[in-house]
Design a protein around this ligand. Structure first.
Ligand SMILES: [Fe+2]
Length: 255
């Protein structure tokens, strides 16, 4: 089975890009299931229900989120109504809209998909280690394959989480930084891991954000409303191949 994980979708032009290119990529690499991080799809900050539907129409099967989950209010009801195609980080409060994991059917396999936020250099949130441990214990015996999107700033924290759950989760990938890392690997106990997928968005900016707006904030320390950069769009992604006794394969692509 081939699972494609796509880096943070930045802006609605990136959704259009997926509509035009994702099915070709699915065919080329014989992809069975696509997971994408959508938390920056609606003008960098958050995801509206309309844009969530458009992402799902583009060929993405499942959406994960991150620290901008709550920016668009209409996603709250969408999270509660579409639990089989979208989750938010598990280490938000249990009473928050949506769920932090889902178990989906992919070709008869029960695939557990989890989403968690890091704590380092990010807003306060519950302990991701505890949240992941809780899900694995609660759903023990109810899934065949497990996947985690760890949405975090610090590479060290993502590595630590991957090491903590090596052999307990089949696939762990990082999101949030928008920069793909060249450390895709199979950890000692068999977990396929990459620190960050990268992004689906415009290259002509700073992590997908307009360069001038970024410099106004970073260099002049003045208020600056971020807008999506212009220019060519590309999608960073990783293919995870689950091949029974042969273990898991991992391959980075850009399309
Ligand atoms: Fe983020």
């Amino acid at each position: 089975m081939n699972i494609l994980a796509i880096g943070d979708i930045v802006g609605v032009r990136a959704i259009e890009y997926l509509k035009q290119n994702l099915w070709k990529t699915r065919d080329k690499y014989k992809i069975d299931y696509v997971i994408a991080n959508g938390e920056n799809a609606s003008d960098i900050h958050g995801l509206s229900s309309k844009d969530a539907r458009d992402i799902l129409d583009s060929g993405v099967d499942f959406i994960t989120l991150g620290n901008h989950t709550w920016n668009k209010r209409d996603i709250y009801a969408f999270l509660d109504a579409n639990t089989e195609v979208i989750i938010r980080p598990a280490n938000y409060h249990g009473s928050a809209p949506g769920y932090g994991y889902a178990i989906v059917d992919v070709q008869g396999w029960r695939v557990l998909i989890m989403n968690a936020l890091g704590q380092v250099f990010m807003e306060p949130v519950g302990d991701p280690f505890d949240a992941i441990e809780y899900i694995l214990a609660r759903e023990e015996g109810n899934f065949d394959i497990s996947v985690l999107d760890i949405h975090a700033e610090a590479t060290s924290e993502k590595y630590a989480i991957a090491r903590a759950f090596d052999g307990k989760i089949d696939i762990i990938f990082g999101t949030h930084t928008h920069v793909p890392t060249a450390d895709e690997q199979i950890l000692p106990a068999g977990t396929a891991y990459v620190t960050d997928l990268g992004m689906t968005g415009p290259r002509n900016g700073v992590l997908g954000v307009d360069t001038e707006r970024t410099l106004t904030k970073m260099r002049m320390h003045m208020p600056s409303q971020f807008i999506v950069a212009d220019g060519e769009i590309r999608a960073d992604a990783v293919i995870f191949t689950l091949d029974g006794d042969k273990g898991t394969g991992i391959k980075r692509i850009t399309f």
